[in-house]
Ligand binder design. Sequence first.
Ligand code: TRP
Length: 73
Amino acid sequence: MEKNEYVVIKAIEDGVNVIGLTRGTDTRFHHSEKLDSGEVMIAQFTDHTSAIKVRGKAKILTSYGEVESENRK
Ligand code: TRP
């Protein structure tokens, strides 16, 4: 994925967490954003962020398509 591409995350329940993970040899959480139902976050991959983890039920749109995160069953 190009670093300047956007990822759209739409929460479909309260308390969805969007977590940014650091780029480089040390992979750790550097930011956590909490979204409530209906809230949307538009994010990019950057020099500081190489991965994004979504916890909770959300719709995620990228240039690869659309995917839905879920809660464990
Ligand atoms: N300061 C972070 C950065 O520039 C902000 C950020 C960008 C971010 N994309 C993110 C935080 C995705 C969480 C998830 O890398």
